[in-house]
Design a binder for this molecule. Structure first.
Ligand SMILES: Cc1cc2nc3c(=O)[nH]c(=O)nc-3n(C[C@H](O)[C@H](O)[C@H](O)COP(=O)(O)OP(=O)(O)OC[C@H]3O[C@@H](n4cnc5c(N)ncnc54)[C@H](O)[C@@H]3O)c2cc1C
Ligand SMILES: NC(=O)c1ccc[n+]([C@@H]2O[C@H](COP(=O)([O-])OP(=O)(O)OC[C@H]3O[C@@H](n4cnc5c(N)ncnc54)[C@H](OP(=O)(O)O)[C@@H]3O)[C@@H](O)[C@H]2O)c1
Length: 249
């Protein structure tokens, strides 16, 4: 197993949010990154070095590095990751990468950050930096999960809401359980029937908004479709638009 191109990281600890949902903290000497980017982690699985990308949850200036992940059924890497304990070794690619960053997003009055499941990670990293608060008048953080106990980082989000009371709106959705304070259903439906805007008390339109979406590719596709009738389209460098995405698979 060749490990020469890898940085050796040391596990600090694991937070266990549910039996499937974790956050791993790792001390590793990595290159600089921009909030929204990801590291590539590597572990030996059945004698082979297997690699997977994970978004940073920590801000670029913060250490240790933190990654929020779910153990997926039959997933070779996530199951192995969940077995790591303090002081164990995990390999990381020396240079973080990725294009899902605020510096690629045009200015707007409102920034909508839409996450399914573990897709909340890169948004937390961004919100721990100054840039979004300087650039956008309002920020709406939307976290959609199956069950309420998967609303990880609730305390960190509440702390951000206290710090930026007039700028940050937080909306949570639980799709498989009705809970007070969370919208039922999926993000795309709440855009179509305007429940999301009602909950955020803000208008979602191409005139006012930039939208970043992170997580399930099917959800990203459905949300993009739900935004199309509003006149919103994917943002690309050569063809500016309103929607920027990070597909986790
Ligand atoms: C740019 C990028 C950043 C990523 N960042 C993260 C991250 O921060 N946290 C994280 O948990 N994963 C993240 N992923 C996914 C991650 O790399 C792995 O695919 C995932 O941890 C599962 O690995 P696995 O080997 O166990 O299963 P895989 O064989 O990689 O995946 C098996 C199946 O599991 C499902 N799946 C994969 N990832 C997820 C997920 N996050 N949530 C729900 N279902 C999923 C999909 O149906 C996929 O086909 C990211 C992927 C990309 C491309
Ligand atoms: N979360 C658990 O309790 C649990 C338990 C065991 C195993 N797992 C496995 O872990 C993996 C990840 O589960 P996860 O819950 O973290 O991630 P997920 O399946 O991506 O679901 C996260 C959220 O995204 C929503 N979503 C899914 N497809 C969507 C779409 N097309 N449009 C809009 N929203 C959509 C889900 O709603 P819906 O609920 O409507 O799909 C859910 O609210 C899955 O493979 C799952 O089988 C999860």
């Amino acid at each position: 197993m060749g490990t020469t191109k890898w940085v050796e990281g040391t596990v600090v600890d694991q937070t266990r949010w549910t039996d499937k949902l974790f956050s791993l903290r790792v001390e590793a000497d990595l290159g600089a990154f921009e909030a929204g980017q990801h590291a590539t982690l590597a572990l030996p699985v059945n004698g082979e070095l297997v690699t997977r990308p994970y978004s940073f949850v920590n801000a670029p200036k913060e250490r240790p590095c933190e990654f929020h992940y779910v153990v997926v059924p039959e997933g070779p890497f996530s199951a192995r990751l969940a077995r790591l304990e303090a002081m164990d070794v995990v390999f990381l690619a020396p240079a973080p990468s990725g294009l899902f960053v605020l510096s690629s997003i045009p200015d707007a009055e409102i920034l909508w950050l839409l996450a399914t499941g573990t897709g909340i990670g890169p948004f937390l990293s961004m919100l721990k930096t100054d840039a979004p608060w300087r650039r956008f008048g309002q920020i709406v953080l939307v976290h959609s999960v199956r069950h309420a106990d998967e609303l990880a980082y609730r305390d960190a989000v509440a702390a951000l809401a206290r710090r930026y009371p007039s700028q940050l709106r937080v909306v949570t959705l639980t799709s498989r359980e009705e809970v007070a304070g969370s919208l039922p259903g999926r993000i795309a439906e709440t855009i179509e029937d305007r429940r999301l805007e009602k909950a955020a008390r803000l208008e979602l339109s191409p005139k006012t908004s930039q939208v970043m979406i992170c997580g399930s590719p099917k959800a990203i596709g459905d949300i993009t479709e739900a935004l199309r009738p509003r006149g919103m389209r994917r943002h690309r460098r050569r063809e500016p638009g309103h929607i920027s995405v990070e597909n986790y698979w």
